[in-house]
Design a protein around this ligand. Structure first.
Ligand SMILES: C[S@@+](CC[C@H](N)C(=O)[O-])C[C@H]1O[C@@H](n2cnc3c(N)ncnc32)[C@H](O)[C@@H]1O
Length: 206
């Protein structure tokens, strides 16, 4: 994930439609390198429920994680506000048990559907009112479901993102179990060494 200083539009000045065509060029976005892909697949397997279930991927981008989840047997619903991202995700998962919709991750257009996991990578940091959004996402889970949140703080000059201690504090009142996994030291995930904060949190509500 690159930093986004100097972008043009959106909550944090990011025009995601404009970024869609080149988004997968970043190693951790497109997961084109077999080593990077295997690293994410291995982590995802430990974060998602063991038996295949229904996974809601919010801010799914081009569908790279959605594809890994589908390859692991999960049924995936992906939501993204950017029509260009959704078009690429549909293409990437053509023929798979997956649907992609244009919509707001903060209020996904899923009706009464409920999920075994809500998966969100590198998106919460862009949303206003994260505490309210996390409460909403918790309500989208079936009993026994979990939130899988992959976030970080990117850049050094004007860093953007959510520090792990803030996210775990927001989750504490919502979940009986909050497991934090630090990811910065695992270069295989990023296609090289990184020095900023990267992590995943798996939260199981009460
Ligand atoms: C950094 S990308 C991450 C994409 C994907 N989750 C991944 O890890 O490869 C952020 C994505 O969130 C989407 N996004 C940003 N704000 C959103 C919102 N309010 N609702 C839905 N999608 C949003 C953007 O369009 C973009 O595809």
């Amino acid at each position: 994930m690159t930093t986004h200083d100097g972008d043009r539009t959106g909550t944090h000045g990011v025009d995601w439609d404009a970024r869609a065509a080149s988004f997968d060029e970043e190693p951790d976005h497109g997961l084109r390198d077999p080593g990077v892909r295997a690293a994410w697949a291995g982590r995802l397997r430990t974060w998602l429920p063991g038996p295949p279930g229904d996974v809601l991927d919010l801010g799914c981008g081009t569908g790279s994680l959605a594809l890994l989840a589908a390859e692991q047997g999960h049924r995936v619903t992906g939501i993204d506000r950017s029509p260009a991202m959704v078009a690429l995700a549909r293409e990437k998962l053509a023929g798979r048990d997956a649907v992609f919709l244009v919509g707001d991750a903060a209020a996904p257009p899923i009706g009464a559907a409920r999920f075994d996991a809500v998966l969100v990578r590198h998106v919460l940091w862009t949303l206003p009112e994260p505490a309210r959004v996390l409460r909403h996402w918790r309500g989208l889970l079936r009993p026994g479901g979990r939130l899988v949140l992959v976030e970080g703080v990117w850049g050094t000059v004007s860093p953007v993102g959510i520090p792990a201690d803030l996210l775990t504090a927001l989750l504490a009142p919502l979940a009986r179990e909050v497991r934090l996994e630090r990811l910065s030291q695992d270069a295989a995930l990023w296609g090289g060494d990184v020095r900023d904060e990267r992590y995943a949190v798996v939260a199981v509500p009460d």
